[in-house]
Design a protein around this ligand. Sequence first.
Ligand code: PAF
Length: 283
Amino acid sequence: MEVVRTIAELRQHTSRWRIAGQTIGLIPTMGALHNGHLSLIKLAQGKCDRVIATIFVNPRQFLPNEDFEEYPRNEESDIQKLIEMGVDLLFAPKAPEMYQPDASTTVVISKLTDCLCATSRPGFFDGVGTVVTKLLIQALPDLAIFGEKDYQQLLVIKRLTRDLDIPVEIIGAPTIREADGLAVSSRNVFLSQPNRETASKVFEILKKTATAIALGNDVLAACKEARTELILAGFSGIDYFEARHSETLELIQNFENSGRLFAAVWLGPTRLIDNLEIKEYRD
Ligand code: PAF
């Protein structure tokens, strides 16, 4: 696997592959690769002739008070994982390659961004929209895959590629979970041992609430109860725990066969997000 740092080198590979009639899948990441990322790569390998992974900790999607400096970075071990997976190319640019000092363009997505993470992390989706648009234009892949754990991000990226006529298929891939249900995430390494145990309660409460709503319980009351249970379980804060439409992200008051629960919670300094389709879960 070759590692390239510049857009010019990336394009040398992609043009060669396109001339040879090969299809290309792109997996954008911020590194600190885990089983969730590896599942996206596997999915892309089943669909495309060539798979490119990108690693770029995008400064534009962190608020000034957020963990940009602390965000886990481990390129050597990431490269090893990508080689073992048989990825064809890693594009790992440095910040100046992605953003000129006088860069003046931001991709702003106006719908789907008036709720959930857009409210608790203002500007986050401008950063994501801008970097993902750039990566897609740089690599011009046939498809790009994003995890459903960041469900709002997935919808935003689908919308921006549609609106900007970027000729790429955006595919969502199921959330990968630890044995106890915690959604895998690069930020899980920040959890202390006791917090790691509490963290799995998010999935438990999501499942319980989804089942209650699917069985006819009042939506708003079920979400309110879930928020109380999260606090009792030891979470230090809740950005949101809400039921929303799976495509429009509008709040749901009455469940009519389709919808999703969305949660963003804090355990000390660590913010966890998760979401789950509303249906009956038995286990
Ligand atoms: O989900 C992520 O890791 C990032 O938001 C993404 C899509 C790679 C953009 O920086």
